[in-house]
Design a protein around this ligand. Structure first.
Ligand SMILES: NC(=O)c1ccc[n+]([C@@H]2O[C@H](COP(=O)([O-])OP(=O)(O)OC[C@H]3O[C@@H](n4cnc5c(N)ncnc54)[C@H](OP(=O)(O)O)[C@@H]3O)[C@@H](O)[C@H]2O)c1
Length: 350
């Protein structure tokens, strides 16, 4: 069965109101720049199922590849990215290109009058990110960086538990995102395409620290390891501090066993969450809280973060405010401060 045969609604979420499109409002007409693996596996299946989005066309440098994606997801195939940007039946684009190409194509899309959902990291450095955010603002277009994990309802559930005081006063935050080594030709192992662990995976634990510890984080120190063959950084760690003195210990890597989790330790307890960054849509998250009276597990409802981010993007475009709807876990205003933290990890690395 191809994806166009069933327009399925994302799994209901116990923690947040579902976000159906406004009655009578047509789906956001979306085009895709680059027939990427992440688009095939995750984003396009979610786009086809998401009522607030209408997938119009996919573009590739290779016409046959575009045709294969178009057949699978029931849309038009376009040969060449510029060609897709010339279409006036497309309002917004999703850009899952290698990092080094993000800025060029985000800028081209904004100049063509399209709203943009760009894969993470939006840009290789904070200065470029700031330039693109300013351009989107001046063009009255929405530009979103696709840290889709922030849209998963499991983090709101964690926040509620913290507000209830299950760990007492937060003292430290630890997060890790590491993935196994990919073949040498993979974009993550190619320096000229913006490869490396800092740009590919460090953003997840950094973004998670921002989510829970708030604005004003400072990088105190960091370590990066390099691979002499691929010449990219393959992993590292960073130590950050919040203005109130909470410590964040973050680990990341692209040559490691798979690991995706965070933990918040406080004055009286400890809260941990596994599969924090890439839970599949049918996964039921488990939050473990350990305190003076023992351990308690909280089993949460499954949620589809891929559908969530697309729904939030579509609603943000329709709202016309240049920002994502509130309560969706991520703001356009987060893009540049986040990129500055990534820059600071690079600068301070030993
Ligand atoms: N948010 C998430 O959860 C998540 C997860 C995984 C990846 N990502 C991000 O998504 C982006 C793509 O990752 P991916 O793993 O899907 O990569 P990928 O499968 O290698 O896809 C990248 C696409 O970029 C296009 N491209 C254009 N110029 C290229 C070049 N010189 N070399 C290679 N590809 C080129 C290709 O599309 P055409 O051949 O069709 O032109 C290619 O299919 C990255 O920014 C990554 O960080 C995000």
């Amino acid at each position: 069965m191809t994806h166009r045969e069933g327009k399925l609604r994302a799994a209901p979420d116990a923690d947040e109101e579902a976000d159906p499109p406004e009655p009578g409002q047509p789906g956001l007409r979306l085009g895709v720049i680059g027939c990427a693996g992440i688009a095939w596996r995750r984003t396009l299946p979610a786009a086809v199922a998401e009522p607030s989005v209408r997938l119009v066309a996919v573009a590739s440098r290779d016409g046959d590849k575009a045709a294969r994606f178009a057949r699978e997801f029931g849309c038009s195939a376009v040969h060449g990215y510029e060609e897709l940007l010339r279409r006036d039946d497309i309002e917004a684009v999703y850009i899952p290109l290698p990092v080094a190409l993000h800025a060029e194509w985000i800028e081209a899309a904004l100049r063509a009058g399209k709203h943009v959902l760009a894969e993470k990291p939006l840009a290789p450095d904070a200065a470029t990110a700031a330039r693109l955010v300013d351009l989107a603002h001046a063009s009255r277009l929405l530009l979103v960086e696709n840290y889709m994990f922030t849209h998963h309802s499991q983090h709101r559930a964690v926040r509620r538990l913290l507000t209830e005081g299950v760990v007492g006063e937060p003292r430290s935050f630890a997060a890790a995102f590491t993935i196994p080594r990919l073949p040498p030709h993979d974009i993550r192992n190619r320096r000229e395409l913006g490869g490396g662990a800092l740009l590919d995976v460090a953003g997840y634990p950094i973004r998670a620290a921002e989510l829970f510890l708030g604005d004003g984080l400072e990088v105190v120190g960091s370590v990066l390891r390099h691979d002499p063959d691929t010449v990219v950084d393959t992993g590292g760690a960073a130590l950050l501090r919040s203005p109130s003195g909470v410590i964040a210990q973050l680990t990341f890597g692209i040559d490691d066993a798979y690991h995706s989790s965070y933990e918040i330790r406080g004055s009286t307890g400890r809260l941990s969450l596994g599969r924090a960054f890439t839970p599949p849509p049918d996964h039921r998250p488990l939050v473990r809280v350990e305190g003076p009276d023992g351990a308690r597990d909280h089993l949460l409802a499954a949620d589809d973060q891929f559908a969530r981010v697309l729904g939030a993007f579509a609603r943000g475009v329709r709202a016309g405010t240049g920002e994502l709807p509130s309560g969706t876990g991520h703001r356009v205003a987060d893009i540049v401060p986040h990129a500055r933290l990534v820059d600071a990890v690079r600068r301070s690395a030993r």
